[in-house]
Design a protein around this ligand. Structure first.
Ligand code: FAD
Length: 405
């Protein structure tokens, strides 16, 4: 009888496990289970081109419908897994079906962190994680005059930029004293704050939303202390939490995500986990962490697929990420948990620059704004374990190619 691999979660990571297994030559059965009703799709455009109406669902799809038949992938969509039982090797769907497996992959992603302040249940308060959330948000944006975004992280700011492009009045409330503080060094936070202000966004830093106010069930304002920010649409983007419920209920080790090793194996035999829902020892940070990015979902999925096929390719991909806000493309290569030197390449005022972060002689991370060549070269450089002389980093005209040969 052929082997059956069951994958829970039909997002970026789940899809990429499927795809990598077939590319690796896996000839058995693949069952891909997703709670959303849609074929696997890309999430990043949801806060970008999809919101402005430039994309539709068809264009978001990771592969067209025919791919799944062609690759003999059994899709079970719109029916979440309610429980997993690694000991008896089966999963139970909410609809009652029980599916047995030889190997199981958890690719359940993450969910939006909820902000349960007074008024959170009012009509016009939204989150953005799924295609269906994006459709609701688009409908809200059509009639909204003023939008308040709670949370100055990547998703909140991308939505803010899009809403501004659509001509709405936009305010952003951020509890920290700078934007995207978890991911960006202060220089970049400041640059983006100025850019958003310059595009007409009202930025409220060090401002925690206390309550959402409304009348007749519809949102009307967000309040922080004595400050009242008028809004007929409120978007909450205060981060995500890993979807670990199934793993925890089954007794798998979890700590800020399902704990996996370098081959994406969980603490249970024959059970792997990939993507946003996992935490792993990251070689670039020398720490256990959870990454929330398409790169991580894709690369860890490939590691898991190879491991399931008996090949050991420990996960050590260079972390990279991007965000689009207005005409700015921010690209990040590497991680900066700590640094002792910051080198700027190019003139920030020109809208094209990169910031290089060093710890001693080691290049740790590079943040590029509208300089994709720097990003690609430094990703490669980091992957090769090399550094870059500071004077070369500082010279916007210096060719980086010789350093990656
Ligand atoms: P997901 O893509 O979330 O997929 C997990 C799937 O599992 C979901 O469909 C979920 O509903 C499903 N699921 C959960 N529990 C169950 C269950 N019990 N049964 C069945 N199915 C279940 N990353 C970038 O790198 N760059 C960007 O610019 C960027 N922009 C983003 C913009 C938005 C609006 C969002 C929401 C995310 C963005 N990200 C971006 C993050 C990126 O999309 C995620 O890191 C990536 O989707 C993670 O993939 P995943 O498969 O682990 O999780």
């Amino acid at each position: 009888m052929s082997e059956r691999i069951v994958i829970i979660g039909a997002g970026h990571a789940g899809f990429n496990v499927t795809d990598a297994l077939r590319r690796e030559g896996f000839d058995g059965e693949i069952v891909l289970i997703g709670d959303e009703p849609h074929l696997p799709y890309q999430r990043p455009p949801l806060s970008k081109a999809f919101l402005t109406g430039d994309y539709d669902l068809e264009r978001l799809l990771l592969r067209p419908a025919g791919y799944y038949d062609d690759n003999r992938v059994t899709l079970r969509l719109g029916d979440p897994v309610a429980a997993i039982d690694p000991a008896s090797a089966n999963v139970t769907l909410a609809g009652g079906d029980i599916i047995s497996f030889d190997k199981l992959v958890l690719a359940t992603g993450s969910r939006m962190r909820q902000l349960n302040i007074a008024g959170h249940e009012l009509d016009g308060v939204c989150y953005l994680r799924t295609h269906d959330d994006a459709v609701t948000l688009m409908e809200g944006l059509e009639s909204a005059h003023s939008v308040a975004v709670i949370g100055g992280g990547f998703i909140g700011l991308e939505v803010a930029a899009t809403a501004r492009k659509l001509g709405r009045n936009v305010a952003v409330l951020e509890a920290a004293d700078r934007l995207m503080a978890r991911a960006l060094p202060p220089l970049l936070s400041g640059y983006f704050a100025d850019y958003h202000r310059g595009r007409g966004i009202a930025l409220h830093l060090s401002t925690q939303a206390d309550r959402i106010e409304g009348n007749r069930g519809k949102v009307g304002a967000v309040r922080s202390g004595e400050t009242e920010i008028e809004a007929d649409l409120v978007v909450i983007g205060i981060g995500v939490v890993p979807a670990t419920e199934l793993a925890e209920a089954a007794g798998l080790e979890c700590d800020n995500g399902i704990i996996v090793d370098a081959l994406a194996r969980t603490s249970a035999p024959n059970v792997w986990a990939v993507g946003d829902c996992t935490s792993h020892d990251n070689v670039w940070a020398a720490a256990r962490l959870r990454l929330e990015s398409v790169q991580h979902a894709t690369d860890q999925a490939r590691t898991a697929a190879a491991a399931m096929m008996g090949r050991s390719e420990p996960y050590r991909a260079v972390p990279w990420f991007w965000s689009d806000q207005y005409d700015l493309k921010l690209q990040i290569a590497g991680l900066t948990d700590s640094h002792d030197d910051e080198i700027i390449r190019g003139d920030p005022a020109s809208g094209q620059f990169s910031a290089f972060y060093y710890l001693g002689d080691d290049l740790k991370a590079v943040y590029s704004v509208n300089r994709p060549g720097d990003h690609m070269a430094t990703r490669r450089l980091l992957a090769l374990g090399r550094t870059l002389p500071r004077d070369v980093a500082a010279d916007p005209d210096a060719n980086l190619k010789p350093f990656i040969r």
